[in-house]
Each structure stands twice: as structure tokens, then as C-alpha cells.
Design a protein around this ligand. Structure first.
Ligand SMILES: [Cu+2]
Length: 164
């Protein structure tokens, strides 16, 4: 999806130029922390979003967004991988139907990014590294996930809402 992402980035940089011309369109800053309990911890395997009866207190890794909501418009996700030993990433997914599970490729232990509502990502951050994603988002329900193999099922997702 790199070509698509570059298109989005080109659109966003156009928006960013427009924003710099108008202070009223300042981006909302969202801090995102990617955390885990260490590579020595056995990963949880059944914590996908929208799984009935799941217990997120069993998550061995996760995504934390502060704040977990933003007004519609330009949003800058400032993402930090807090892990000491594991690569993580952050993908913004739009949820067309928040009651539905995300499409999943079992053989790859990954969410199917082509079928889910991929809006952009900060891909594969080494431990301790940071990156920023700036995107224009419309109102709705979203989810921030890490799609390194197995991490989504281990609990690496968090809801995110864009309001009008
Ligand atoms: Cu991860």
C-alpha cells in the first residue's frame, strides 16, 4: 500500500500548506505510546478487537493514545515505541462498522490491511524510536493497531474517535 500511502502523504502535505496559511486549521496532536512487557513474556493470542468476552488486562503489549479523541480535520500522531527489545508500528484504521472484527489473515497472524480501512501508518519503529503521521480524518470510529505479526492478537490496538 506504499503508493496509496504516498498519495495520502502528498494530500496531507497539501493540507499542511493550507493549514499554515490559516492558524484556525491547526493540527490536533495525539501522543501514541507502543508498549510491551518484554520479549521474554509469552504473548497473548486471543485479544483481537471485538472478540466476545476478552480480558484486555491479559494484554502483553498495547497501544495508548493521549487523547483518544480528536476533532475532525488534521491530526498528527506522535508515536513512540517504548519497548526495550521489540519493533512496533502504528496504523490508523477507519472502522466502517465498529461492531465488526477486523479482517484477519490467520496464516500471517496479521490484520488484512488491504481490506481494513487503512488511513496511514508509522511503520516498524525500532525500540526507543519515534515517528509522526499527519493525516486528515473525517468524523467516525477508528482503531490504532500494531500489525507486526501476532501483536494485534496480543492486545496491540486501541479505539480512537474523531468527532465533528
Ligand atoms: Cu507491535
Amino acid at each position: 500500500m506504499r503508493a496509496f500511502r504516498n498519495t495520502v502523504l502528498a494530500m496531507v502535505s497539501g493540507l499542511a500548506l493550507a493549514a499554515s496559511a490559516s492558524a484556525a486549521l491547526a493540527a490536533t496532536i495525539v501522543k501514541v505510546d507502543l508498549w510491551d512487557k518484554g520479549a521474554g513474556t509469552e504473548m497473548a493470542t486471543n485479544l483481537a478487537y471485538a472478540t466476545a468476552g476478552m480480558d484486555m488486562s491479559k494484554a502483553t503489549m498495547g497501544v495508548k493514545a493521549t487523547p483518544a479523541t480528536a476533532a475532525a480535520g488534521i491530526v498528527s500522531f506522535e508515536v513512540t515505541n517504548d519497548s526495550k527489545d521489540t519493533v512496533h508500528e502504528m496504523i490508523v484504521m477507519y472502522l466502517a462498522d465498529p461492531a465488526q472484527a477486523l479482517p484477519y489473515i490467520v496464516a500471517d497472524s496479521k490484520v488484512d490491511e488491504d481490506k481494513a480501512g487503512d488511513k496511514g501508518e508509522v511503520s516498524e519503529l525500532d525500540p526507543g524510536k519515534s515517528g509522526t503521521l499527519t493525516v486528515a480524518l473525517k468524523p467516525g470510529k477508528y482503531i490504532l493497531i500494531c500489525n507486526v505479526a501476532g501483536h494485534f492478537m496480543a492486545g496491540m490496538w486501541t479505539p480512537f474517535e474523531v468527532t465533528k
